[in-house]
Design a binder for this molecule. Structure first.
Ligand code: ADP
Ligand code: MG
Length: 665
């Protein structure tokens, strides 16, 4: 057994340095984070040969006094912490007092710094951590650190360095993330003499996204904002039609730190369920903020992983924020299209009736039962704008939708904002029907459906929300209804909007979506029709067996099936809005759905897709004008945007685009 000896200090330093400085990107990260901590508003990062040739970070921050220059490079030398208690309240990025010591230990380093307001600056050269003399010299305010010959004295590390291009990419990625999370700082990144990034530092995340991730990506984004429990979520996600081929554009920050997290990815993608095409992935730049004690940021500087103390809360907050904003229910995404009248006699068509019943109803003379639309209380629109609780989504108990701004508009004028209860009463009073016995019409609140109860993230609606009548009305529509010009190819509805845009609506896709949403929200199994003559469906053996195994589930979808022997299934009842002639083909697809689903939820979802599709008006069918009107209205209001498979239901053609085709523009 060899003797035990303590390592020589410089060997110990090199080992410690290796932990902090893994590669050029880690040097850049430490230097730029120091610059941020120094209060810089402009930071220039320059690298050559992936950082192996040279790394230079220049900032206009507070600078370092000449006499403190050598101190900054001592191990555990920091201006950011004085005592053990400070550990708990660290607001700065670096805090271990180790970075400069480590970087200088494995490189040749030059620092030039001038404190703001000082007459002159000072320079210092270090080689393998050994400082030379501090020289007074002229310098701009701020600090410039140049690192050359990285790892020159640790050949083992040098050998393991990746190609320059890989290192360049790593630094470029890092610069993007730093720029995105600090929109108030102007970042410039120069690689091998070329400008690779330049953000304006105007404080707007949009500008940083535009500069760092490119114009096309920036244009594909919609803003989202929301919070659940103690978790706030803010940022941008791609519009569903702009799905990307990979997850590379999913950028998450947790409390300002760039993080890779499967949990966040899953929550984001869940928010797009049924809205994005198969094989496409959403992109995002999302900032998740939560109390520091609820997240375990691995303090190792190179790591980009975190652990959340309350994973479900984080998941729910991201998921609901994304979903609600995409649906137009949340705060910032494109504002929901307003509707003039709150009472819409046909609005619930697809919710309550099948096409046949509707035609019968429509043929009857109209019954006068609509009370005059109640005058809206003044605060209503204002409050909705700020509180943004415009819709009722089934949220987990305790899920706080969109937190009202701390200070509603009125507060500035000394009037305390009415509490939610007062508003609720006001709203109820205002909504009292003028004639006794007449119930004001409003959209039914979707009660938690039994089918949905098993879905992990959508339990009960808080009672308070159920009681707020204003939340359940459709947003008022200022825009005139689109004019239906006609139908072409028996498939596409052609419409014209007041502002001169043309919309082509795929009627099958739109109706499929409407059906899907209705089926999904339904509290009860769909209405059924008992077939006069039961249908015998002869199916492949496994299909028949699979359907009969799931007979209880099929019951919930309105199908009554029995074993008829010899691989056949006897069907006595089918849902009212499915054509009996489609029974066998529907069951065949059901078998496929049941085989494909990974778990019960997915199987149900698949079955819903099939039901929605089968119950939808088909392309090629001649449609009733009223049916078309209802669909167009739903598309115009933004209630229907994508079919359940994520295909668009409508395409827009502007006057300009048309004129371009005709070479008029
Ligand atoms: P830490 O950042 O953990 O304090 P570092 O080794 O990264 O440790 O830096 C040591 C000290 O040097 C910092 O606490 C700070 O006072 C000073 N310093 C480093 N970089 C800069 C800079 N760009 N501008 C001003 N001061 C800096
Ligand atoms: Mg530091």
């Amino acid at each position: 057994m060899p003797h035990i000896q303590q390592l020589a200090p410089h060997v110990a330093d090199l080992i410690a340095a290796g932990e902090v400085v893994e590669r050029p990107a880690s040097v850049v990260k430490e230097l730029v984070e120091n610059a941020i901590d120094a209060g810089a508003t402009a930071i220039v990062t320059e690298i050559r040969r992936g950082g192996m040739g040279m790394i230079r970070v220049t900032d206009n921050g507070c600078g370092i006094a000449p006499e403190e220059l050598p101190t900054a490079f001592l191990r555990h030398a920091t201006s950011k912490m004085r005592s053990a208690e400070d550990l708990g309240k660290i607001g700065t990025l670096g805090f271990r007092g180790e970075a400069l010591a480590a970087i200088s230990a494995v490189s040749r380093l030059d620092i030039l710094s001038r404190r703001s307001g000082a007459q002159s600056g000072a320079a210092l050269h270090l080689e393998g951590g050994v400082p030379g003399d501090v020289r007074e010299c002229g310098a701009p305010e701020g600090t410039t650190i140049t690192v050359s010959d990285l790892f020159y004295n640790t050949p083992a590390r040098l050998k393991f360095m990746k190609k320059d291009s890989a290192e360049t990419a790593a630094v470029a990625g890092l610069m993007q993330h730093l720029a995105l999370s600090h929109p108030n700082i102007s970042f410039k990144f120069i690689k091998d003499g070329q400008d690779a990034l330049h953000t304006p530092g105007d404080g707007k995340t949009e500008s940083a996204v535009y500069a760092a991730l490119g114009r096309d990506f920036a244009r594909s984004l919609v803003a989202v904002e929301g919070c659940g429990g103690e978790v706030e979520v803010k940022g941008f996600v791609t519009a569903p039609l702009m799905g990307r081929g990979s997850r590379s554009m999913q950028v998450f920050f947790v409390n300002g730190r760039f993080i890779k997290s499967q949990l966040l990815t899953a929550a984001l993608e869940e928010g797009y369920r049924n809205q994005i095409m198969k094989g496409k992935f959403p992109g995002c730049v999302l900032f998740v903020t939560l109390p520091a004690e609820l997240v375990d940021v691995n303090v190792h500087p190179a790591k980009t992983q975190v652990k959340f103390a309350r994973e479900k809360e984080v998941f729910d907050a991201v998921y609901h924020t994304v979903m609600d904003c995409l649906d137009g229910r949340g705060r910032p995404a494109e504002p929901a299209k307003p509707v003039e009248q709150t009472v819409n006699p046909r609005g619930d068509f697809f919710r309550t009736m099948d096409a046949k019943t509707y035609r019968e109803e429509a043929a009857k003379p109209a019954v006068q039962s609509t009370p005059a639309a109640p005058k809206k209380p003044v605060w209503d629109t204002e409050w909705k704008k700020t509180a943004a609780v415009a819709d009722v989504v089934q949220r987990p108990a305790g899920y706080q939708a969109f937190r009202p701004l701390e200070k509603p508009a009125g507060a500035a004028f000394g009037k305390p904002p009415a509490s939610v209860t007062e508003r609720k009463e006001e709203a109820t009073a205002a909504k009292q029907p003028s004639a006794p016995g007449l119930k004001p019409e409003r959209e039914e609140v979707p009660r938690p459906a039994p089918m949905r109860e098993e879905k992990p993230f959508v339990p009960a609606i808080p009672q308070e929300k159920l009681d707020l009548p204003e939340q359940q009305t459709i947003e008022p529509q200022k825009e005139a209804p689109w004019r239906i010009a006609g139908e072409v190819l028996n498939t596409y509805i052609v419409c014209e909007s007041e502002d001169g845009c043309i919309y082509l609506i795929d009627k099958h896709a739109a109706h499929e979506r409407v059906n899907f949403d209705r089926l999904k929200a339904a509290a009860e199994p769909p209405m059924r029709q008992t077939l006069l003559a039961p249908i015998v469906a002869e199916l492949p053996r496994e299909d028949g067996a699979l359907l009969l195994e799931n007979a209880v589930l099929l019951e919930q979808f309105g199908f009554a099936c029995e074993d008829f022997g010899d691989n056949a299934v006897l069907v006595r009842e089918v849902p009212a809005d499915i054509d009996a002639a489609d029974t066998v083909s529907t069951l065949e697809e059901f078998a496929e759905n049941l085989r494909g689903g990974r778990d019960l939820n997915e199987k149900r979802e698949n079955l819903l897709h099939t039901m929605a599709c089968k119950a939808a008006i088909k392309g090629g069918w001649v449609s009733d004008r009223k049916e078309l009107e209802v669909l167009v209205e739903k598309v115009q209001r933004g209630e229907v945007k994508y079919c359940p498979h994520g295909r668009p239901v409508a395409v827009k053609l502007t006057r300009y685009e048309l004129e371009k085709m005709f070479k008029r523009a």
